[in-house]
Design a protein. Sequence first.
Length: 356
Amino acid sequence: MKKTELHSIHVELKAKLAPFAGYEMPIQYTSVKEEVLAVRNKSGIFDVSHMGEFFVTGPDAAAFVDYLLTNDFLNSPVGKAVYSPLCNNQGKIIDDLIAYKLGAEKVLICVNAANIEKDWSWIVQQKGQFNVELVDKSSDYSLIALQGPESCKVLTQLSLNDMDELPYYGAVETTFQEHDIIVARTGYTGEDGFEIFIPNKLAKTMWALMVEAGGLPCGLAARDVLRLEVCYPLYGHELNEEITPLDSGLKWTVKMDKAQFMGKDALEAATPKYRLVKLSLDKGIPREGYSILNNEGTAIGKVTSGTMSVSTGKGIALALVERKLFPENKEFIISIRNKEYHANYHTKPFYNGGHK
C-alpha cells in the first residue's frame, strides 16, 4: 500500500489506520465524536495527500478545463475555485473535482484519489488541438485540510497572514518557509477552512505547526460524518459512472448555456432516472446499501451513504430513489435488518456549516 508523506506521524499518534484508495490512511485518532466537534467548534486537520493534482498550463488552459467540466470555468475570475463533475461522452460522471484558476494560463485540478489514473488518462485524451501542457504532480504534493471556525487563527500562527481576506472558494499562490505553496478556502466539511497544497518535504513541518497552534488531528471517518451532515456527495457512493449529474443533485453544476463541454449533447437529451434524497431516523443508523421503501412496502431506492450524525444525534442518510417511484406523500421507510423504520424527509442539509 502507498503511504503519504505524513504516514509516520499518524503511526506516532497511534491513529487507527486502514486501506483507502490504495493508501494506508488514518481513519481516526481519538474518537469520531471528538474530531467532528473539533472541526465544528474549533479546528481540525486532515491528511488528504492521497488526492491527485494535475496542472494545466498554456494559452488555452482555461478554455480546455472549461471544455472538460460541466460547470462554468471559463468565466470564473483568476483566484477562483470551481467545483464540477467530470463527465464522459454519455454524460455519466467519471469523477467530481475542484479546478483552481491560479492564473490566466495556469490551472490546478484536484481529483479523488481512487480516480487519479482514470482521470489523467481521460483528460490527456481530450487535449486535441488545445494549446496546453498537462503535468501530473500528484506524487510531488501533500495536501493538508485545515477546517473549522478557528482555521484563520491557526494560519496566522504559521505566518500565513491575510488569509481571512481570501473569499470562500478562493485560491492563491503564496510561500511558506520560502517555498511555493497553494492555499484555497475550500474543504469538504461545510465549515470555514483551507486546503493547502504543499511540497512533500514541508508537510511534516506544517502539520506539526498546525497541531502546536491548536489544530486537532482528524481522520477520514470524521471527514465522512462531516460531509454527510452537510449533504456533500462522495464519489463511489452518490456519484459513479452509471449516473449523470442530473440524477445526483448536481444539476446546478451543469451549465447548458455553455457552447460545448464533454457530455453536453447526452445531458441535453437525458431524462433523469434517479433523485437524491436526504433522510434521517429518530431511531436506528442507516448504512450504505439499505433498501428505501414507500409506505406500501415497495422498494424504491437504496441508501448511498449513512451514519450516525454527531452534530444532530440522529441517523442520517443520502439515498438514490427512482424518480418514477418517488412518493408524492414524501413518506419513506428504511429497511434495517428486516425491520422497517420511518424516515424523516429533508429538503435542506441536516446541519448548516459555518463556511464563509
